[in-house]
Ligand binder design. Structure first.
Ligand SMILES: Cc1ncc(C[n+]2csc(CCOP(=O)(O)OP(=O)(O)O)c2C)c(N)n1
Ligand SMILES: [Mg+2]
Length: 658
């Protein structure tokens, strides 16, 4: 079989057909259509070394159209990624395989990000390109000089998050980001035109991108377009007109060819069209060799890069940042800040305490890159002396994401995945709904991303119920592998920041108050108490008849209620619960001891009750929200919704009488 670009792309097509047919599920349509473009990219342009999937200066490749996972698995197998054996391809979509239905980061070497929820990949790739620029500014082009390539389909570009992403990338002039749009005019329901009249070329142009439209099944055109993309001074989009199920015989171009739709007869026709005579899961030697040679192209530049790194004055610092290790003195200034607060407790909004914690962290941890979705002043995310991340030098560490919560969260995922930077950014807690899909996938991937979410309850006051989170804490606590922090005061806020930064494989969300709240930690502790997730803040005087559990600003309410109850001779403990997930990680004896055995247990939180049973039991008392909030000053709202120390004390007494 002659080794031509077409035959090399046919190898992807045949593998995709065979794997999908064997699994009796999956998607061969897109891999067949984009095989030619992907082959041009992976054999001629993409900088990678299949033997070293984690080489830091490799180009990043993002398959945003994650349903086309067989395209990526084929590329990894053919180019020689060791983990992607033919046996894995044969186990496509099966239990325990390296070839799950959609690409999963951390599961399959060579997969740079988890994709599948359409739009996430392209939005994540923007963060990768941002991280590349930030590191190049810090360490220089000789260590950091690579590109980010994305394949996105109609579906990714229909999703709203793509709008946020392409405008952010356009504004930031991320010239090393290129999107190959699989312009095949087909989605699941049929021809894309049943739901689309937009012109993607015009749309990207309007967002500040360089754009080119080509025949994506013509290898020569693709190669020229890829070379063109590298010369642009802004992000580039190549609209690749392709035929779904290309070279599948009569089925090629079928508007219903998105998923598993080629069966024995159709597969025979496709193989005949391609002149492919090898049995299933066999690649003819000469084609396999050519592909493996392509996968070795990067070995030489990789070795040259390693020599540059070895001699580089910033080598140790670069390696530390890329490993994700924090500087040795990362928390020295934070510890001093905590000591000062314990010695002289002060009342303030926890968002202000977060700003104070960041004042100590930003100078100490140079890889932290902050930002906000247009709420900088409200989120307290910008510290003194921080400059803005922007073209042309990208040396700033603060990103103005614009009003783009979803795109921001996805970009942060991309930054964390790229490595070498630690992203954090702010918005209001209520708008976690907008970014939830990206928060979830960050949790699934297990990466260090820190979401600062202020205005965390009815305590934000006058903006009213549209802005007042009620169910959000419960909804966020439901996401596996997401640490949801809700600190009570200055000390806890600093402790939560420290804990968040320590967790490399779990994203964090720090919920913070708009309104001032009383200091509850009034003595020095010998360790980070918040890192236990929940802890006894105040013991009972005498026998503990009542235990009050609370988070955030309601801890101060619980403390005041305890004082009232103790004054009446009722022994009362207070347990602060800044992070339920970290509490889960404590051993059983600590958890049982912290929850305790008081006859009356009451939770106080200005949110819904859902989930609190774990602390108070099914028959516990709850002081919190039972519906949406309202527009009024915060103090009035707490009174009207009956979230007060008196209400807590009254409930405790009523329960003790019952
Ligand atoms: C957020 C989201 N919504 C819906 C889906 C289900 N889905 C998977 S692929 C697809 C159609 C995508 O169309 P396109 O990107 O054009 O892919 P093609 O059919 O061309 O392969 C849909 C709706 C999804 N994966 N993610
Ligand atoms: Mg399509």
């Amino acid at each position: 079989m002659p080794v031509t670009p077409l035959a090399m792309a046919d190898a992807i097509r045949v593998l995709s057909i065979d794997a999908v047919h064997k699994a009796r599920s999956g998607h061969q349509g897109m891999p067949m259509g984009m095989a030619d473009a992907a082959t041009a990219l992976w054999t001629k342009v993409l900088k990678y070394d299949a033997s070293q999937p984690l080489w830091p200066d490799r180009d990043r490749f993002v398959l945003s159209a994650g349903h086309g996972s067989m395209l990526l698995y084929s590329l990894l197998h053919l180019s020689g990624f060791k983990a992607m054996t033919m046996a894995e391809i044969e186990q496509f979509r099966q239990w325990g395989s390296k070839t799950p239905g959609h690409p999963e980061y951390g599961h399959t070497p060579g997969v740079e990000t988890t994709t599948g929820p359409l739009g996430q990949g392209i939005a994540t790739s923007v963060g990768m390109a941002m991280a590349e620029r930030a590191l190049a500014a810090r360490f220089g082009d000789e260590l950091v000089d690579h590109r980010t390539w994305v394949i996105a389909g109609d579906g990714c570009l229909m999703e709203g998050v793509s709008h946020e992403a392409i405008h952010l990338a356009g504004r930031l002039k991320l010239a090393k980001l290129t999107v190959l749009f699989d312009n095949n005019d087909v989605t699941i329901d049929g021809a894309a035109t049943i739901a689309e009249t937009g012109d993607q070329v015009m749309r990207f142009k309007a967002a500040g991108w360089a754009v080119k439209a080509i025949d994506g099944n013509d290898a020569g055109q693709v190669r020229r377009a890829l070379a063109w993309a590298r010369r642009q001074d802004r992000p580039s989009m190549i609209a690749c007109k392709t035929v779904i199920d290309f070279r599948a015989g009569p089925k090629a171009g079928d508007p219903h060819g998105h998923g598993y739709s080629l069966f024995d007869a159709e597969i025979a026709e496709a193989r005949a069209t391609m002149g492919w005579t090898a049995p299933p899961f066999v690649i003819p030697d000469e084609i396999a060799k050519a592909w493996r040679a392509a996968g070795r192209r990067g070995a030489r530049p990789r070795k040259a890069w390693e020599r540059r790194l070895a001699a580089h004055p910033k080598r140790v610092e670069f390696e530390r940042a890329m490993r994700g290790d924090l500087p040795d003195d990362a928390f020295d200034a934070l510890a001093a800040h905590i000591d000062k607060l314990a010695a002289a407790p002060a009342d303030n909004a926890t968002r202000a305490w977060s700003g104070a914690a960041l004042e100590t962290l930003i100078p100490a941890i140079p890889e932290m890159i902050g930002g906000s979705a247009d709420l900088t002043g409200s989120n307290n995310t910008l510290t003194k002396g921080m400059s803005v991340f922007d073209a042309p030098d990208y040396a700033g560490r603060y990103v103005h994401y614009g009003v783009r919560e979803h795109g921001m969260a996805a970009a942060m995922n991309g930054m964390a995945l790229h490595g070498g930077v630690i992203p954090y950014s702010g918005t209001f807690l209520c708008f976690a709904d907008y970014s939830r899909a990206a928060i979830r996938i960050g949790a699934l991937m297990g990466i260090r991303v820190i979401h600062v979410m202020t205005h965390d309850s009815i305590g934000l006051g006058e903006d009213g119920p549209t802005h007042q989170p009620v169910e959000h804490l419960a909804a966020l606590r439901a996401i596996p592998n997401l640490n949801v922090f809700r600190p009570a005061d200055g000390v806890e806020t600093a402790e939560c920041w420290e804990a968040a930064l320590h967790h490399r494989e779990t994203p964090s969300l720090i919920a913070l108050s708009r309104q001032k709240t009383a200091a509850v930690r009034r003595a020095a502790a010998d360790r980070n108490l918040s890192a236990h997730g929940a802890y006894e803040l105040a013991a009972a005087e005498g026998e503990a008849k009542v235990t009050l559990f609370a988070s955030g600003t309601e801890v101060a309410i619980a403390v005041a209620a305890r004082e009232a109850l103790q004054a009446d001779g009722i022994g009362t403990r207070v347990v602060s619960t800044p992070c339920w997930e970290l509490f889960d990680a404590q051993d059983l004896s600590y958890r049982l001891e912290t929850i305790g055995g008081s006859p009356v247990r009451i939770a106080v939180e200005a949110g819904v009750r859902q989930g609190w049973e774990r602390f108070i039991g099914e028959d516990g008392g709850f002081v919190g929200m039972h519906g949406f909030g309202a527009s009024a000053p915060a103090e009035r709202l707490y009174r009207e919704f009956n979230i007060t120390a008196e209400a807590v004390a009254d409930l405790a007494k009523a329960r003790l009488r019952a």
